[in-house]
Design a protein around this ligand. Structure first.
Ligand code: ANZ
Length: 832
């Protein structure tokens, strides 16, 4: 073979050819079965790709390429989730329009991705910042709005003083801004909200219908946080023993005030020894005149307001609180009278903002009770010392006249029944899930398609006026008062009311970055549609996405949001499936060689360009190091370790991958004519087809490659292979290393291009070795091994051994007293 393996030349050649041929176009009206794999489209940041990006992309590319060879019509696409803060911040800093920044970044990302040989259908590229795209993001928002699922609410938001932007709970990590790590503060602000809480139950139920890896399902379930229990009403009394009337119910003299609490453990009601309400609870204001220590309560509330819910809910935090003087509560079941406290561990944002405290069986209540020296009454029997905490989930009820002896589950039912009879309680389901804060006070996002008219309030922009475009502004800086930069654009803001034609003002908030990514997989089915977000028939053909791989960090954000949008679109008849994604898997991160996360701040980020383009001298532009090639890079990314676990990068590993590809190239020299497998290598060929086929579909890319390497070694040991064997070897390796395999296919004249070939099939019977080595001993002494057919019978095997020259000689003239036979392993002749 005179030609050397030259990945630079080969890779450029095939990438060009694929592009010119539109090689990986999905067909819309096809009789083939469809397969829709999806990867999370990237945010095109200024930094370009790092070697972590290609891991999930290559994985899904492998499956896509394999499925095409198996005869599927595959929709595998790429796009840009391009609205967002980093672009805007870069634009502000460098005084360049974010549109321009975005275009430059996309160009660089695209070029990098193409140099990896990923088999995307580039004709379906989308960009969330394209008005033809975000017109439909705005349209979907209007559907929410028209159905009352988008509403404006004044709320204390998580405010990042550095990014000058409000954040959703999900974007606050340990009290800090997810992006810039600045301490988040609380700030009141009018915000648009999406009512994801209306979908809590549907989002939970949907999880039973899909094939998501278990940790994803668990995280989503916990995030939704369904809690079944009861709401219980406690009547309040003032210091003179008079029952408090509800002053907010006008006219009805007999309406007594009821302090509503939510509990997941109504069975423990006899163990309630005090109550706690959130420092912000409205009850305090309503009865301020009966409360003897208002200044102390107000002071405490002021301090509590400075803390985030996250800090307040922290388990191991020292408990604080103030007793409300002048009001007490009565237990509706036992009649016991109890003090009421305010404490910041009770949040206004969960349940009713008030609890019945059961210090024997609730850990936070337990700590609080010890600190304030409050009684602790055990109501569930257990082997725990008195006064000690015990969650009390098992055991029988004690000290509880109505329910003594019952299990907690039975006791819950009985208490709820009793409360319902009294009209003082009811079954109640609560969710941890909060509505989605959908407003951002930034420039580089989708404008909200809403206008405000003094007379008609908030109105949606009529559909035929979509998209609402972003105006050109001089200055993208967010304003210090927390308004969007759009708030300074009077000309843009002034508009007319769609109802009365009178003056109206546009909403100046924009949507969060999560908007565009909540439905992008729908657009891939029909990227140019101007009349709808996508054609219904095309969506019916392609949906649901068969396999979606993405990061675990998106589980309770993007993945949940897009399931919510999809389920809503299903409910209003836009899409035909309840769930968008049938299967969800997740990859482990690629770490730097020092096992730390790759990060600009650690200076340990590695760009794939190093391997696909080479290393260049910054000044002279001279190539210092030849690139190892995209195929070697892809191969290493997949061979690096368990796909689901984090793995550190290794330069030696990339070199090793390249060495293996050099051997693949050398196979050509060893190839002889023949349309069959060589009998000596037949079993391992079938085993390899079986294993690789299975492993590619089951996230076991590393073991698939290991098997291909094993086969390589066997072929090299044997010395030759047939054309048929090489052909199948190339097909199996092609999804991982598409360029080199196409090139060899062409050189060997295997006909057409490999990508139009057919995935090899194995025969199950041929995957088991047909021959094994039987060990033969005489009087326990090993003599030799004899190859025997797998299905050989015992008698036949013994006969075969006896007639073997060396064994026959040993048995000559002796009496065989016993023959020990271990199937498929050994025969031992005991002789005298
Ligand atoms: C009495 C009780 C006894 C409770 C017991 C727990 C254990 P999940 O399961 O997460 O829904 N709670 C209710 N509202 C609260 C709020 N706004 N802030 C802080 N805590 C609140 O939790 C429900 C339990 O959390 C409720 O049940 C209540 O304490 C507390 F052995 O009531 B429990």
């Amino acid at each position: 073979m005179d030609r050397k393996y030259d990945p630079i030349q080969i890779e450029a050649k095939w990438q060009k050819r694929w592009e010119e041929a539109g090689a990986f176009r999905a067909e819309d009206n096809s009789s083939k079965p469809k397969f829709y794999p999806l990867i999370e489209f990237p945010y095109p940041s200024g930094a370009g790709l790092h070697v972590g990006h290609p891991r999930p992309y290559t994985a899904m590319d492998i499956v896509a390429r394999k499925r095409r060879l198996e005869g599927y019509n595959v929709l595998f696409t790429m796009g840009w989730d391009a609205f967002g803060l980093p672009t805007e911040n870069y634009a502000i800093k460098n005084k360049i329009h974010p549109r321009k920044v975005t275009e430059d970044n996309i160009k660089r990302f695209k070029e990098q991705l193409q140099s990896l040989g990923l088999s995307f259908d580039w004709s379906r590229e989308i960009d969330t910042t394209d008005p033809n795209y975000f017109k439909w993001t705005q349209w979907i928002f209007l559907q929410f709005f028209e159905r009352g699922l988008a509403y404006k609410k004044s709320m204390t938001i998580n405010w990042c003083p550095s990014c000058k932007v409000g954040l959703a709970n999900e974007e606050v990590v340990q009290g800090c801004c997810e992006r810039c790590k600045t301490q988040v503060v609380r700030k009141p602000k009018e915000q648009w909200m999406l009512k994801i809480t209306d979908y809590a139950e549907k989002l939970l139920e949907g999880l039973d219908e899909v094939d998501f890896i278990e940790r994803v399902k668990t995280q989503q379930r916990n995030w939704i946080g369904k809690s079944e229990g009861a709401e219980i009403d406690f009547e309040l009394y003032d210091a003179s023993g008079k029952r408090l009337e509800d002053r907010e119910v006008c006219g009805e003299a007999s309406a007594y005030y009821k302090l509503k609490i939510f509990t997941s453990r109504p069975d423990t009601i006899y163990g309630t020894t005090y109550m706690v309400i959130s420092p912000e609870h409205p009850m305090i204001r309503q009865f301020a005149d009966r409360i003897a220590n208002m200044p102390a309560l107000e002071e405490y509330a002021e301090n509590a307001a400075k803390k985030s819910d996250f800090e307040r809910a922290e388990m191991n935090k020292d408990k604080t609180g103030v007793k409300i003087e002048g009001i007490y509560a009565k237990n509706p079941i036992s009649g016991a009278e109890m003090p009421i406290f305010i404490s910041d561990y009770v949040l206004m944002t969960y349940g009713t903002g008030a609890i019945m405290a059961v210090p024997a069986h609730d850990e936070r209540d337990h700590e609080f009770a010890k600190k304030f020296d409050l009684p602790i009454i055990r109501v569930i029997k257990n082997e725990v010392a008195d006064g000690e905490f015990d969650a009390g989930e098992y055991g029988e009820l004690i000290n509880s006249p109505l329910i003594n002896g019952l299990s907690p589950d039975k006791a819950k039912e009985k208490i709820v029944e009793e409360l319902e009879k009294l009209g003082l309680g009811r079954k109640k389901i609560n969710y941890k899930l909060r509505d989605w804060v959908f407003s951002r006070q930034r420039y580089w996002g989708e404008p909200m398609p809403l206008v405000y008219c003094e007379e008609h309030g908030w109105q949606g922009v009529p559909e035929n006026e979509l998209p609402v475009l972003l105006p050109d502004v001089e200055n993208y800086e967010p304003t210090d008062n927390g308004e969007s930069p759009l708030a300074n654009m009077e000309d843009w803001i002034r508009t007319t009311c769609p109802v009365c034609g009178g003056p109206a003002r546009r909403e100046t908030d924009t949507m969060p970055q999560w908007a565009g990514s909540s439905w992008y997989y729908l657009r891939y089915t029909d990227t140019t549609n101007e009349k709808a977000l996508a054609d219904k028939a095309l969506m019916d053909y392609w949906l649901p996405v068969d396999w979606y791989n993405g990061g675990m960090e998106h589980t309770t954000l993007h993945l949940l949001y897009s399931r919510f949008w999809h389920r809503f679109l299903y409910d209003i008849g836009v899409v035909g499936t309840k769930e968008p994604y049938m299967k969800r898997t997740s990859h482990g991160l690629i770490l730097a060689e020092d096992s730390r996360k790759m990060s600009k701040s650690f200076g340990n980020v590695i760009s794939p360009d190093k391997y696909t383009k080479g290393v260049f001298d910054e000044k002279t532009g001279e190539m210092l190091k030849q690139p190892i090639g995209a195929d070697a890079l892809r191969l290493f990314e997949m061979f690096i370790g368990d796909f689901e676990k984090p793995n550190p990068w290794s330069e030696d590993g990339v070199i090793g991958a390249r060495r293996y590809l050099d051997k693949v190239w050398q196979l050509m020299e060893m190839t002889v004519d023949g349309e069959e497998y060589l009998p000596e290598l037949e079993t391992v060929m079938h085993q390899t087809i079986k294993k690789v086929s299975y492993d590619y579909e089951n996230l076991k890319f590393n073991t698939a490659i290991a098997q291909l390497m094993t086969l390589m070694n066997e072929i090299r040991t044997y010395g030759t292979l047939t054309r048929r064997m090489l052909k199948d070897y190339l097909l199996l390796l092609n999804p991982v290393a598409p360029h080199i395999t196409e090139e060899i296919w062409e050189i060997m004249n295997f006909g057409g291009e490999l990508r139009n070939g057919t995935w090899p099939k194995y025969e199950e019977e041929k995957t088991v070795d047909s021959v094994f080595n039987m060990a033969i001993s005489v009087n326990g002494k090993f003599k030799m091994t004899i190859p025997m057919a797998s299905e050989i019978a015992k008698e036949e095997a013994i006969e075969k051994a006896k007639t073997e020259k060396k064994i026959a000689a040993a048995l000559e003239g002796r009496e065989i007293v016993k023959t020990i036979y271990v199937e498929k392993k050994m025969i031992n002749f005991v002789i005298k």
